[in-house]
Design a protein around this ligand. Structure first.
Ligand SMILES: [Zn+2]
Length: 312
């Protein structure tokens, strides 16, 4: 059994999206209290640092960050997008939450390359996979997984990085950032049609993008088979040096924002299958990032299954 490191920070609980918003602090509270209940795994919890702008600039230009943070209100909420997607909101505490969420990935990368850790989970919010190079959307501002991938390549000279995204929504931001970059594999399974509307199988980048759109109502068996055939087989051929996971838990049958019917235990199978490929090609090195997942009970169950799979 591998020891797990979980990065989080109380600043990530201070990001407020107002009443009746699905991306709420209770999501992370549910996850953190669920992690505390786990006694059969070896888990170390560490405080996520604030990310440095120099590192975020590996993906997002400084003018974008300056514009973003200049919109932060002294009171209340400000939407960063126009209708119909007016639910990507900034509050007074947003900046540190955004920097901690990204800093968790940077710290995980440092731990991983330092050699003592192999499996890390970033229990953070806001999520990141919808954030494009110069566009915040889908509750996301900075693309945490993408910055970590670039950081690993630039600071540690890693060449081939795979990002596997099993959030029920397509990671349009991650795809946009790496669309012309064959050093980064991006594989996503997601409900389609659904927000953000991208992620067709025909979107292949430079042969590095693998999209597996699935229909509303897809069950566990079909999901796992498609995930294996369309994503895992291709990442195996890519032979990455490290695997990053965009771990959203909104393909769960209880999730209010989508209509895929995974059971909580399926996240154990999914994660274990990724870890097996990491053992084959990457010396077992995996960093996973919390993305979506909006049902609190499902989150508390799924996180236990995911961490169990990660510790295999
Ligand atoms: Zn999602």
């Amino acid at each position: 059994m591998e020891k797990l490191t979980v990065y989080s920070h109380s600043d990530c609980l201070s990001k407020d999206n107002g009443l009746n918003h699905p991306e709420r602090k209770e999501r992370l509270e549910s996850i953190l209290s669920s992690i505390e209940e786990i006694d059969e795994l070896l888990i170390e919890i560490k405080e996520a640092p604030l990310a440095d702008f120099d590192d975020i600039n590996l993906v997002h230009p400084q003018y974008f960050l300056d514009d973003l943070f200049s919109m932060i209100p002294d009171l209340g909420l400000v939407g960063v997008e126009k209708e119909p997607y007016a639910d990507t909101l900034l509050c007074v505490n947003s900046k540190d939450a955004i920097l901690r969420a990204c800093g968790a990935g940077i710290a995980s990368a440092n731990d991983l390359i330092g050699g003592s850790k192999k499996r890390l989970f970033c229990a953070v919010r806001p999520p990141g996979h919808h954030a494009e190079t110069t566009r915040a959307n889908g509750f996301c501002f900075v693309n945490n997984v993408a910055v970590t991938a670039r950081y690993l390549q630039n600071r540690f000279n890693l060449k081939k990085i795979a990002i596997i995204d099993f959030d029920v929504h397509h990671g349009n931001g991650t795809q946009e950032i790496f669309y012309a970059d064959d050093s980064v594999f991006y594989g996503s399974i997601h409900e389609h049609p659904l927000f953000p509307g991208t992620g067709l199988e025909s979107e292949t980048g430079v042969g590095n993008i693998f999209n597996a759109p699935i229909s509303s109502g897809t069950n566990s068996e079909d999901f796992l088979e498609i995930f294996s055939n369309k994503i895992l087989k291709n990442v195996d051929k890519f032979k990455p040096e490290i695997i990053l996971i965009s771990a959203g838990f909104d393909a769960h049958k209880r999730d209010p924002l989508a209509n895929i019917n995974l059971e909580s235990e399926d996240y154990y199978s999914l994660t274990k299958s990724i870890v097996e490929i990491a053992k084959r090609h990457c010396n077992g090195r995996v960093i996973s990032f919390l993305e979506g997942g909006y049902d609190l009970l499902a989150l508390s169950e799924c996180i236990k299954a995911h961490l169990k799979g990660l510790s295999e």
